[in-house]
Design a protein around this ligand. Structure first.
Ligand code: SAM
Ligand code: SF4
Ligand code: SF4
Length: 362
């Protein structure tokens, strides 16, 4: 697929001769979702993501000159949208630390797919600054937010975010998001055995009947710094069992093929939950996700050991058409299936070089 070099800011103009070809990788997977990391910085030090002993005072975050500007991000996104991206999620690090984020949201929300649909624009945040920014983000065109919250108990949550951040402020952020119309709000809880698994049922009880969709994420071996061990993973099947024992559940059919979260609803009608089984039930076969790191590197897998430098292309003067060709070449050659290979106990590559979640965007 080619993009006309003079493509306007909104709709990505596509060469009609190449529209028929849906861009797919070596396993027939289309490129549909784009996660954009807008900063590698965060004020939390979640033990499973940015452990303090690695991300302490001496840690070198990216210098400003390496970080993609809003215009550069929007340009990459526009090209990606012309290639089939329908959903864009802003992430990080903590996306709300990026100054003037609503300006970027405005630019991205103006993008439309080749058939004229608006891009589905969402954000994942730790919620710390959400109460302050929710209304403005919604005004700028953000549709939905996912807020990460690992416990309702201050001692447990503070131990997990490792900076003593209280639960109440995240709950205020969730309320502000709902009031602003950024719903349905999803809440992500990473479950780490021995750390917060005692909070599975209290979290389910708290959010049942509120319209908030709580999702339990299996603790992943992403990156190399979090000291991941299999015994820390609570399989999704166990999460469902524990909740079902006190609040009976039934499965919900997936909304679309390849949905990463499997959905369950309370039999009494008080809403639904999701479980994301990245470890025990890999969904690589249906993985349509690309990621752009804060410094403009394109990654085709969360567990990649290397990426593709789009910033170099952009700053080297590449045209939109050249950028589009580079992107399609990368996606066509994609073979990633890390989580499936992990399940099959196949060799997993060199873990020492894996990319960290806070850099690539979760
Ligand atoms: N700072 C934002 C936040 O926490 O929501 C956005 C970035 S964070 C890297 C994105 C998501 O990845 C969060 O929901 C977080 O809980 C999740 N995450 C980080 N490390 C993880 C790990 N090792 N296993 C599973 N999920 C993880
Ligand atoms: Fe920060 Fe999010 Fe990582 Fe926690 S999970 S350290 S909030 S980037
Ligand atoms: Fe996608 Fe890679 Fe995760 Fe598999 S391991 S689901 S290919 S990001």
């Amino acid at each position: 697929m080619r993009i006309a070099p003079e493509a306007p800011r909104g709709r990505a103009r596509v060469d009609p001769a190449s529209v028929d070809a849906v861009l797919t990788d070596t396993r027939g997977r289309a490129m549909r979702d784009l996660r954009i990391s807008v900063t590698d910085r965060c004020t939390f030090r979640c033990v499973y993501c940015m452990p303090k002993d690695v991300y302490g005072r001496g840690h070198a975050f990216l210098p400003r000159s390496d970080v993609l500007s809003f215009e550069e991000i929007t340009r990459v996104a526009r090209v990606a949208v012309a290639h089939g991206i329908e959903k864009i999620r802003l992430t990080g690090g903590e996306p709300l630390l990026r100054r003037d984020l609503p300006v970027l949201v405005e630019q991205l929300s103006a993008l439309t797919t080749p058939v004229g649909h608006p891009v589905d624009l969402a954000m994942t945040t730790n919620g710390a600054l959400l109460a302050r920014h929710a209304a403005r983000l919604h005004e700028a065109g953000l549709r939905r937010v996912t807020v990460s919250l690992d416990s309702l108990d201050d001692a447990t949550f503070m131990a997990m975010n490792d900076v003593g951040f209280p639960v109440a402020k995240v709950l205020r952020g969730i309320d502000a998001a709902r009031e602003a119309g950024l719903g349905p709000v999803k809440v992500n809880m990473v479950v780490k055995r021995g750390h917060n698994d005692q909070d599975i049922v209290p979290m389910a009880r708290h959010f049942a009947g509120t319209g908030v969709v709580l999702r339990f994420i299996e603790y992943m071996d992403v990156g190399t710094t979090n000291g991941w061990r299999l015994e820390h993973v609570v399989p999704s099947a166990e999460v469902v069992e524990r909740i079902d024992a006190v609040m009976p559940l039934e499965p919900v059919a997936p909304q679309y093929p390849g949905e990463t979260s499997s959905r369950w609803r309370y039999r009494d009608g008080s809403g639904e939950i999701g479980v994301i089984s990245s470890v025990t039930q890999a969904f690589c076969h249906a993985c349509t996700r690309a990621r752009i790191s804060t410094d403009g590197t394109l990654f085709t897998c969360l567990f990649a050991t290397g990426g593709h430098d789009l910033r170099g292309l952009i700053r080297g003067g590449a045209s939109d058409a050249e950028l589009a060709d580079a992107m399609s070449g990368i996606w066509r050659g994609r073979t990633d299936r890390y989580s499936e290979a992990r399940g099959a106990a196949e060799p997993l590559g060199a873990p020492g070089h894996r990319i960290e979640m806070s850099y690539i965007g979760g």
